[in-house]
Ligand binder design. Structure first.
Ligand code: DC
Length: 220
């Protein structure tokens, strides 16, 4: 049976951590779609292409071969995972992710992967656009403070010198752009199950998603 799981939600809600674990549990290929938007942002910034220069952006994306090895993103065979998670990329990615032409190309790519494999995808528009027929859809949220604290801890653990309030403000700004853009804004799909992870551990969230998938798969 073909199985696909969509996980959407705002920045720092824990989507990628949870998606990776659920993917392993259910033998699903994990596709971190945010990483794909981040990779385009990194490559565009490296080439001094702004979000307004759409023709150059299209040419750029067409020159990029992206694939995942577990949860790491390789672009033209280079592992860009660490670079794309740097704060400069986080602060610029929403501008590039709002470009319709970029979204069109990446959404097609994501849909093609899901045609071939059983996947778990996380992002902003998976349940609403990319995999409207996903077997399971979840919408993961958490309070602004919790999300900022998680990002802060993550960056500190990587040895970066970051300020909590700056991260909180950046997250709020990014959410605003992601939820207010014209094309495919972040929104909960009507048929997605919402989970507020503010006061839940990773394990508790994983357990509740896994229990839901197991009980609904057996009943089908
Ligand atoms: O999940 P993330 O923080 O790595 O995502 C980075 C950015 O990419 C996020 O600010 C919005 C954008 N994005 C998107 O627009 N659509 C997706 N499916 C995934 C991410």
């Amino acid at each position: 049976m073909k199985l696909s799981v969509a996980i959407d939600g705002p920045a720092g809600a824990g989507k990628s951590t949870i998606a990776k674990i659920i993917g392993e549990k259910f033998n699903l290929m994990y596709i971190n779609t945010g990483a794909m938007y981040r990779a385009v942002t990194l490559k565009a910034m490296d080439a001094n292409i702004t979000e307004k220069d759409v023709d150059k952006l299209i040419n750029l994306i067409e020159s990029l071969e992206m694939h995942f090895v577990e949860d790491r993103l390789f672009v033209n065979n280079e592992d860009l995972t660490d670079m794309i998670n740097m704060p400069t990329i986080s602060n610029n990615v929403s501008k590039y992710a709002a470009v319709a032409e970029i979204r069109e190309i990446l959404v097609k790519l994501q849909q093609n992967i899901a045609k071939k494999f059983n996947v778990i995808m996380d992002g902003r528009d998976i349940g609403t656009v990319v995999l409207t027929d996903a077997t399971f859809k979840f919408y993961l949220t958490a309070s602004n403070d919790k999300r900022a604290k998680r990002r802060y801890d993550e960056l500190i653990s990587k040895g970066l010198d970051v300020d909590y309030n700056t991260i909180l403000n950046d997250i709020i700004k990014r959410d605003y752009i992601d939820t207010h853009r014209e094309i495919n804004p972040l929104t909960k799909a009507d048929d997605a199950i919402e989970i507020d992870s503010s006061s839940m551990s990773i394990n508790t969230v994983v357990e509740s998603i896994a229990t839901y998938i197991n009980s609904n798969t057996k009943n089908n």
